[in-house]
Ligand binder design. Structure first.
Ligand code: CS2
Length: 502
């Protein structure tokens, strides 16, 4: 089988969409840090639509921050890869729609050549630097949002201006180089699942720049833009089986395809330092304020996703569709949205929450994605604050009960024991894994008591000011006791019967 690349793309089956523009004429207006699957199924696909409409300024320089695997797979493919959009047909049979994306024009691996990343940020054609570096990539304290100047990567970068390894270091030293070359400011755009992601990024960049050169920090603050945005598309990790199936359907080998659901949403603040692509051509919307969209998405989608992930991982339900097919879990997730999350959301014009909720349940039931609960369960310490704890804070401040929110938090705590209910061990994949598992061993593993729950809640990087919350501890206590003693299914039944509301 031939490899997918610029020479073979023309011979693909006609049902496969592919670039119809002159790729050789594509300039690179965007540098993207963190060339993972999510970005390739989301921002790159939308940018492709703007390029396909004739605006050839927006090719992407894709930067991998750690591993060379994406570059190694995509270089021989001239940056081309397939996006497989998967769902089920009316009979419930999995199906996929394939599109070859041409927007990624060149590829860099930061540790191999950090100077090339700084040069790309400084380049004349570059207008936008976007990021998908995951929550932990901001080197910030998730509970407060502030950059940690004691983070090992930040300490390293402050001492190595030529060879930064954090995204924040790359941005600041790239801008320093850019300004030294007399070029104008940039838009720095976070696409990660963080509330006020643009403001978190701005805060981190300015704090780092301040430590490098206060004048640089002032110029960045005055001239660069940091639009916030809400991004939404479920993108499971690609497996070897997916690679084989996509290659088979293409009739050409693609070593690095991505898959995603048909659903797509992107609300991005129209707040740019210079030009930008018309992403509305690919289904994005430009908004004045992304905050209500982020809150909706982080709480409804990611909050319930994480709840499903921990409960599913403990129960041994491997994928989200398998988990949501369990009647008591489905009942719980639906009620969690309706009764506990939705009342904390602001009205969004034109948004029908009941419809959003049922659409979300249908997205979770998509049988063609095989989105693994263990994948979503990773990095819980970075995810819990914005996904679950914001809702909890809002409710507690109004004196409202949180039995269903507490089940998600309790499931995360219980998950730290590292073995599912079928006796299978799993690794805890989290930047704070060592501390968290030690804390679990010292507290809950010794017995689920109110003291043990308070010990867990005093873990400041996650819980911040919720440490010492008596109502939260009370909601967690019975739920944790039930999870420990009776397991996930019986606990879901008890929550659904209203028995675990303290
Ligand atoms: C998921 C998200 O892996 C996770 O933590 O909750 O990646 C989720 O699939 C996306 O945010 C959906 O837009």
């Amino acid at each position: 089988m031939n490899r997918l690349n610029d020479h073979t793309v023309g011979a693909l089956p006609t049902a496969v969409m592919r670039p119809a523009y002159d790729r050789a004429a594509l300039k690179t207006g965007i540098v993207h840090l963190g060339l993972g699957a999510f970005m390739r199924a989301h921002m790159a696909a939308v940018t492709e639509a703007a390029i396909a409409a004739g605006d050839l300024r927006w090719g992407i320089v894709g930067v991998s921050l750690r591993q060379p695997d994406t570059r190694d797979a995509l270089q021989p493919q001239d940056g081309l890869y397939t996006l497989a959009i998967r769902d089920a047909d009316a009979q419930g049979q999995p199906r996929q729609r394939l599109q070859v994306i041409g927007a990624v024009r060149s590829l860099l691996v930061a540790p191999e050549n950090p100077g090339a990343v700084l040069d790309a940020i400084a380049a004349a054609d570059t207008r936008i630097v976007s990021l998908t570096v995951t929550e932990k990539g901001y080197c910030h304290d998730p509970a407060t949002g502030a950059l940690r100047l004691d983070h090992p990567d930040i300490v390293h970068d402050l001492a190595h201006a030529e060879a930064p390894r954090s995204a924040i270091g790359m941005l600041v030293f790239g801008l320093q180089r850019r300004f030294a070359q007399g070029r104008g400011p940039l838009t720095l755009m976070s696409l990660d699942n963080l509330p006020a992601n643009g403001r978190v990024l701005r805060g981190a960049v300015l704090r780092f720049a301040e430590a490098v050169d206060p004048a640089l920090a002032r110029r960045i603050a005055a001239e660069c833009r940091f639009p916030c945005s809400m991004v939404d598309r479920i993108v499971p990790r690609t497996t070897d089986g997916d690679r084989a199936a996509v290659s088979q359907a293409l009739g050409a080998e693609d070593h690095w395809p991505v898959l995603g659901e048909p659903f797509f949403d992107w609300a991005v603040e129209d707040h740019f330092a210079a030009d930008r692509p018309d992403w509305t051509l690919g289904g994005a919307r430009f908004v004045a304020d992304a905050e209500p969209f982020e809150r909706l998405k982080l709480r409804m989608v990611n909050g319930t996703h994480s709840s499903i992930a921990y409960l599913g991982a403990i129960a041994g339900w491997q994928t989200v569709d398998q988990a949501i097919a369990q009647a008591p879990l489905r009942e719980h997730i639906e009620a969690l949205m309706r009764d506990e999350i939705e009342p904390t959301l602001a009205d969004l014009p034109g948004l029908d929450l009941a419809r959003y909720r049922s659409e979300l349940l249908a997205r979770y039931a998509n049988p063609a994605l095989a989105h693994r609960t263990q994948q979503i369960a990773m990095d819980g310490s970075q995810k819990l604050p914005q996904r679950l704890l914001g809702t909890v804070r809002d409710r507690l401040a109004q004196g409202l009960p949180v039995p269903r929110m507490a089940l998600g938090i309790a499931a995360w705590m219980h998950y730290l024991r590292g073995t599912d209910e079928l006796g299978q061990p799993y690794p805890i994949d989290d930047p704070h894994a060592a501390e968290l598992t030690a804390l679990y061993q010292r507290s809950l593993a010794q017995g689920v008591t109110v003291e043990a729950v308070h010990q867990m809640l005093s873990y400041a990087p996650v819980f911040g000011d919720l440490a010492g919350s008596a109502p939260l501890a009370a909601a967690l206590l019975g739920t944790l006791q039930s999870l420990q003693k009776h397991g996930v299914r019986a606990t879901l039944d008890a929550v659904n019967r209203g028995e675990l509301t303290p």
